[in-house]
Design a protein around this ligand. Structure first.
Ligand code: CA
Length: 220
């Protein structure tokens, strides 16, 4: 699951990135409004965490621009502006949620989960398909009633396939979801994760669609 973090304060930005990465998110971090616009044009983010007081272009103006362009990516505003008119303005500009600094990482994570749930139209946190059950809160996977230990990338890859059952995702699409900028990606990384998932779950769990990519296979 890949997130964009837009935050110009180096201390807050680096600690947030670290906290989110340790939860298994791929995080791209930009520090001004223009870079945020460019990043969102170029990458498929599951969610954007947006500071408002930013150099180059204010966060509200960036958000307004995205919504005018019809971009529906969920946006969670993170800001020290806690006056009621500011919050109302943020939500009216198309933000999906609002968190006032300073905040607790656990609360941020809970709000991120809630937004991602809403985005995928699910009322519960876990994702189930056949005998496969994935819980994004506890980072656990059960298959046929047994817990299966997965690495963070294997978990993220399985999650991407489970969230779009029936869809074929290309290797590039999977790489984009699993890795942030500056992260070293071996050319066969996706294939290696898929190999491990098949070994840990079952060979039929992920189908290769020749020349196109991968989709979720048999989950019973
Ligand atoms: Ca700021």
């Amino acid at each position: 699951m890949r997130l964009l973090l837009v935050e110009d304060d180096p201390m807050i930005g680096s600690s947030l990135r670290q906290g989110l990465r340790s939860e298994g998110f791929a995080v791209d971090w930009v520090q001004d409004g223009r870079s945020a616009e460019l990043a969102v044009e170029a990458n498929p983010y599951a969610l954007v965490l947006l500071d408002l007081g930013l150099p180059e272009k204010d966060g509200l103006a960036v958000l307004h621009h995205w919504r005018q362009c019809g971009l529906t990516v969920p946006v969670l505003i993170l800001t020290a502006r806690d006056a009621v008119p500011d919050r109302v303005k943020g939500l009216d500009s198309g933000a999906d949620d609002y968190l006032v600094k300073p905040f607790d990482l656990t609360e941020l994570l809970a709000r991120i989960r809630a937004l991602l749930r809403r985005q995928t139209g699910r009322a519960q946190d876990f994702i189930e398909n056949g005998a496969l059950r994935l819980d994004p809160v506890t980072h656990t996977v059960d298959y046929r009633g047994q817990p299966v230990l997965l690495s963070a990338r294997e978990f993220a890859l399985l999650r991407a396939l489970l969230e779009t059952p029936g869809a074929v995702l290309s290797r590039e699409q999977l790489e984009d979801r699993l890795y942030g900028w500056g992260e070293e990606v071996e050319s066969n990384a996706v294939e290696v994760h898929i190999h491990h998932l098949r070994r840990k779950l079952s060979t039929g769990i992920i189908r290769t669609v020749r020349g196109i990519g991968y989709r979720l296979g048999e989950t019973i």
